[in-house]
Design a protein around this ligand. Structure first.
Ligand code: SF4
Length: 152
């Protein structure tokens, strides 16, 4: 079961998209120097098709993308919600995972963007030139590394 603490409309998290970024709680990753330790607890509102529909009825016409910020506790639920959004709302989707690898049976084709990589404070996030994290655009079933787009 996924829960989210809050959400924002953002412009930087996914290049060239107006994104509804949903901050998912119960993060299992425990990165040293975590920038959002409030997301470690299993707290907040349920994130499911019904709650997404409520959010998208409010914001769906102002955005081009929905991004799941976290959700490593239940990646296949994230994937299922991504499929739902793309099919029912014709919006793009992204997923910020804190893992270094994708779960074995997840299909990348169910997302438009996927970020991989633990947060290492000394190396910085995606906007840092030394980051270990990678952002991929999914095109024709392949992952194209677009991390450099964050360093312009
Ligand atoms: S993945 Fe993000 S929220 Fe989770 S521990 Fe790492 S930095 Fe914190």
């Amino acid at each position: 079961m996924l829960r989210y603490n809050n959400y924002n409309i953002v412009f930087q998290e996914i290049p060239n998209e107006v994104t509804l970024a949903i901050n998912i709680s119960n993060c299992p990753n425990r990165c040293k120097g975590c920038h959002s330790p409030y997301l470690w607890e299993d707290s907040g509102n349920l994130l499911n098709k019904e709650s997404l529909m409520e959010l998208l009825n409010k914001y769906g016409s102002s955005i081009t993308c929905v991004c799941f910020m976290g959700g490593d506790i239940s990646p296949y639920e994230v994937e299922e919600l991504s499929v739902f959004i793309r099919k029912e709302y014709n919006l793009k989707t992204g997923w910020y995972s804190g893992k270094n690898k994708l779960p074995q049976n997840l299909s990348i084709s169910n997302f438009n963007y996927i970020k991989l990589g633990a947060y290492i404070s000394e190396l910085g996030g995606l906007d840092s030139p030394t980051t270990n994290q990678r952002m991929y655009k999914i095109e024709n079933g392949e992952m194209k590394d677009i991390t450099k787009w964050y360093h312009k």
